[in-house]
Design a protein. Structure first.
Length: 260
C-alpha cells in the first residue's frame, strides 16, 4: 500500500462520481481506499445506435474473419460485443485501450493481444503497435461522441480502418438530492472522465461552488471540461481511474499541508 493511501488524505471528502456501472463501482472502491465517501450518481447512459445496420454489418464481417484487428477503447463497447454474443475469430487480434477496457474484456471472456504499456492510451497504442502488423484491416467500434483523431494515426501505419458507431451516449438527470448537495457545497469534488460528462455536469448543475474541486482524467478531458465551462483544479497524467483518484488524493494531501 502506498504511503498516500495509508494517509487517507480524502477522509471527510464526499466525491461525486457521475458514471455508473462497473466503472462507477471501481472508482468508488478506489475513493474509499483513500478515505473518501463516494457519491455515485450517473449522469450519462448508453444505448444502441439509432441505425444499427452499419454495426450489424461490421460485426458480421468481424465474425467472418474479414478483419485482422479489432481495436476496443471502451468498456461499453465490450458490453456491446458481449451482449450480442460476438465471437472474435482466433486469427483476428484484439487491441485494447485503457485499464477499464482491459478489465471488461477479461470479464467478458475476450483475450487482448495488444495492450499498450506503460501508456495504456490511444497514443500509447500507436507507439506500441507491432512493426510486423503494419498493414491489414482493423475494425474500430466506438461511441457516437468519441473523437478518434488519435486512432486515425493507425492509418499511417498502413492499416485500413473501418470506424463504426457501436453505441450512443445519452444524458440522464441527476437525482435532486445530489444536485442540492452540489449546490450547497456538501460535495467536495467531482470526477470528470470525459467531455460528455463535463457537458452534463455543466448543463445540469450550473455554476459550481468555489470550494468544489473538479478533477479530470487526462489533459484532453481537462481541455474538454474547460470548453464546457468548468474550472479544472486537478488533472491526472494517465487516463486511468486509479490515476484520477490518486491525483485528487495528492491534491488533498498538499492542500492539507498548505493549510497547516
Amino acid at each position: 500500500m502506498s504511503p498516500l493511501r495509508r494517509a487517507k488524505p480524502l477522509t471527510g471528502w464526499r466525491v461525486l462520481v457521475p458514471r455508473g456501472g462497473a466503472y462507477g463501482e471501481n472508482v468508488a472502491a478506489t475513493l474509499r481506499s483513500f478515505g473518501a465517501t463516494a457519491v455515485v450518481a450517473p449522469m450519462i447512459n448508453f444505448s444502441m445506435p439509432e441505425d444499427p445496420a452499419p454495426l450489424d454489418a461490421a460485426l458480421g464481417r468481424l465474425e467472418a474473419g474479414y478483419y485482422d484487428w479489432i481495436v476496443v477503447s471502451s468498456a461499453t463497447t465490450v458490453d456491446v460485443l458481449n451482449i450480442r454474443g460476438v465471437q472474435v475469430p482466433p486469427e483476428t487480434r484484439i487491441a485494447c485501450v485503457g485499464e477499464t477496457t482491459l478489465a471488461a474484456l477479461t470479464l467478458a471472456g475476450y483475450e487482448a493481444d495488444l495492450v499498450p504499456s506503460p501508456d495504456n492510451s490511444p497514443r500509447g497504442l500507436l507507439t506500441s503497435w507491432p512493426d510486423d502488423a503494419r498493414g491489414g484491416r482493423a475494425l474500430v467500434p466506438e461511441g457516437d461522441t468519441t473523437e478518434h483523431s488519435v486512432l486515425e494515426g493507425l492509418a499511417e501505419l498502413g492499416l485500413e480502418l473501418d470506424f463504426v458507431t457501436a453505441h450512443r451516449v445519452v444524458g440522464i438527470p441527476i437525482p435532486e438530492r445530489v444536485a442540492a448537495d452540489v449546490a450547497s457545497g456538501r460535495i467536495s469534488a467531482i470526477l470528470i472522465s470525459s467531455g460528455v460528462v463535463a457537458r452534463e455536469v455543466n448543463e445540469q448543475l450550473g455554476t459550481l461552488p468555489e470550494s468544489t474541486v473538479v478533477a479530470c482524467i487526462g489533459p484532453r478531458t481537462a481541455f474538454d471540461a474547460r470548453a464546457a465551462g468548468l474550472t479544472v483544479d486537478v488533472i491526472s497524467e494517465d487516463r486511468t481511474a486509479e490515476a484520477l483518484v490518486e491525483a485528487l488524493a495528492d491534491y488533498a494531501h498538499n492542500k492539507t499541508g498548505d493549510d497547516e
